[in-house]
Write a protein of this length. Structure first.
Length: 264
């Protein structure tokens, strides 16, 4: 998979994240929306009518969602460019297939990154096999995707990704896997090679923290302070995680990721 295939291309998607998924009124979404119902801000050309002011309008959750390229694949490949508005018979299957494809593309993203880790070379063959199997599942038709249970495959891939992480991080770093670190005062902390998989870092102060080679897969960084933090070489960090956090020009990022526009 190329990097472009695993990045959202909204112009090639039929607004699936704005229709297929449900919203719950909260700090992230200004209203409730049922799965399958178009967001009231969705235009007929599948663009967002308030895209430039989503945060100001109370839709910060939209700015941090990432489909990893699943939206355009479902729209253009799985359903051959037939959109649910003009071909309503595709609606149910398209909306059901989208979250399944998103899970598969997320796994493809992580597996692609793991294959770029030189320290994980001893398991590159296994990682490549897992990537090929994930891609085979993603090539399935609508019927196959709708009935696919991704969980068993996801568990196998997760175990491989953990091994890749351990080979890369070695025995260094603290173990904070799944830890509740909400609002934690970690300014300037040495978190090099730390295991932060699935950690709750909501609102945590990570200003000037050293997160080089830290495993951040699944870590919740919503509202966390990353001003001046060093994230170069961090493992499995996504653009969505950065978009959910706060940073500035002094925050150091992996080359594959970009500085969010709303950062100071």
């Amino acid at each position: 998979m190329t990097g472009d295939a695993l990045r959202a291309d909204c112009a090639s998607c039929f607004g699936l994240c704005c229709v297929a998924l449900n919203f719950t009124a909260s700090a992230d979404f200004a209203m409730d929306k049922a799965a399958g119902a178009p967001c009231t801000n969705l235009l007929t050309d599948f663009r967002c009518g308030i895209h430039s002011r989503l945060r100001d309008e109370g839709f910060a959750g939209c700015t941090v969602f990432d489909c990893f390229g699943a939206g355009q694949r479902i729209s253009q490949e799985t359903f051959g460019g037939r959109d649910w508005w003009q071909a309503p018979e595709t609606r149910d299957a398209m909306f059901a297939a989208f979250p399944v494809m998103r899970q598969l593309h997320e796994l493809l993203y992580y597996l692609t990154e793991a294959l770029n880790l030189s320290a994980a070379r001893p398991i590159h063959a296994e990682l490549r096999t897992a990537l090929e199997e994930t891609e085979r599942l993603a090539r399935g038709g609508p019927e196959q995707l709708v009935t696919l249970d991704v969980s068993p495959h996801r568990e196998r891939v997760s175990a491989l990704l953990l091994r890749a992480s351990e080979l890369t991080r070695g025995k260094r770093g603290r173990n904070h896997r799944g830890a509740d670190l909400m609002g934690a005062k970690l300014r300037g902390a040495d978190l090099r090679a730390a295991n932060l998989r699935g950690a709750y870092l909501i609102g945590a102060d990570l200003g000037r923290a050293d997160l080089r080679q830290a495993d951040l897969i699944g870590a919740d960084l919503r509202g966390s302070n990353l001003l001046g933090a060093d994230l170069t070489g961090s493992l499995f960090l996504t653009q969505a995680q950065l978009n959910a956090a706060r940073g500035d020009a002094t925050t150091r990022l992996p080359d594959r990721l970009t500085r969010p526009a709303h950062w100071t």
